[in-house]
Design a protein around this ligand. Structure first.
Ligand SMILES: [Ca+2]
Ligand SMILES: [Ca+2]
Ligand SMILES: [Ca+2]
Ligand SMILES: [Ca+2]
Length: 337
């Protein structure tokens, strides 16, 4: 899941190599315009949603709970399409999220089978999730063949053993997992783990928020991806090691933090970042001095009497102890309403 960050380097390298070549026989495909490819991908995804149905296993406490099978509606079939769940009032429901990236706004559809019962990750936290990935291939009609939309499985992970940091995955994962909550789990005598109440769903990703031009492994270039997943557990991360977990540096509390200094994702400069207290362009979750007062945040979290740094876990709960520093109060104010 971490190739996304590298393909630009690979592509730029290969393009520059080829441009030095005198051999005109070597041709490289110019990377497609994001906006054009997005339009194509969105049409493919919407066709997929309108021509398939799903069945879900309800088997609480067992490994197959919330397993989903997506099947093409046969000719004359009366099954309800995934699309018919769009903005459904009860679960399952098909929702969409708008994501501004590459100077366009991606609409990312996701199917919520179950929200989950615990905490949500932010887009910079870690997730422990089982998943299955498929890519979609749309082939246009020719004079001799009909158009086709095929689905190919490329990966499945049923028993995840480690966390993925959402900062290292494809962007689609970091955008959609924060819409789900984790569940609970118990260790069994035989060493297995039983998960309950976890969030479960399916995300339908345009290639621009997946592997785009590079593809990955068996995934061809410009493939829209479909991931079904179960969110078992989350891991709070502290990207700037300032002692405040990143999820508490999400100033506007929307569950998402962005670094607009990334010119690949944000080709046109974005003037303000609602998660950047001192407006220096470095969002709080990456800024060791969030308020720009030249005292690192880490040193500002201290017990006012002993002067010792307070481990984050000991910061008082929402019952109202506000005798600590203003910064801690600020965090309480933000998280206790
Ligand atoms: Ca931090
Ligand atoms: Ca935010
Ligand atoms: Ca800042
Ligand atoms: Ca910070």
């Amino acid at each position: 899941m971490n190739k996304f960050k590298y393909y630009f380097i690979v592509l730029v390298t290969s393009l520059s190599l080829f441009s030095c070549s005198k051999d005109n026989a070597i041709q490289t495909e110019v990377i497609r315009e994001y906006s054009t490819q997005y339009t194509t991908d969105l049409a493919t995804i919407e066709e997929y949603l309108k021509t398939t149905y799903f069945t879900v296993v309800n088997h609480p406490g067992f490994a197959d709970d919330q397993d989903i099978i997506i099947t093409k509606i046969p000719t004359g079939g009366t099954q309800a399409s995934i699309w018919s769940y769009l903005n459904n009032t009860s679960f399952p429901k098909l929702l969409s999220r708008d994501v501004k990236l590459h100077d366009i706004t991606y609409k990312i559809y996701y199917l919520v089978l179950r929200e989950g019962t615990g905490d949500k990750p932010t887009n910079v936290d870690g997730v422990l999730a089982s998943y299955r990935g498929d890519y979609l291939t749309k082939v246009a009609a020719t004079t001799t063949t009909a158009a086709s939309l095929t689905v190919t499985q490329f990966e499945e992970s049923k028993n995840p053993q480690s966390f993925f940091s959402l900062t290292n995955t494809i962007i689609g994962w970091s955008e959609i997992f924060p819409q789900f909550k984790k569940g609970t789990y118990t260790a069994n005598a035989d060493g297995t783990v039983s998960y309950s109440g976890f969030g479960a769903g399916v995300m339908f990703l345009p290639s621009g928020v997946a592997y785009y031009a590079s593809g990955s492994g068996s995934i061809p270039s410009y493939s829209p991806l479909v991931f079904s997943f179960k969110l078992y557990e989350i891991q709070r991360l502290d990207q700037d090691s300032d002692g405040i977990p990143s999820y508490l540096e999400d100033l506007n509390g929307d569950g998402y933090m962005y670094d607009f200094r990334n010119t690949i994702n944000y080709p046109t400069a974005i003037a303000s970042n609602s998660d950047d207290t001192d407006a220096d362009g470095i969002p709080n979750y990456l800024d060791v001095d969030d308020d720009g007062d030249n005292y690192t945040t880490k040193l500002e979290i201290k017990d006012p009497i002993s002067g010792l740094s307070i481990p984050f876990a000991t910061i008082p709960d929402c019952s109202g102890n506000t005798t600590n520093s203003a910064r801690i109060k600020k965090h309480l104010d933000k998280n206790c309403h």
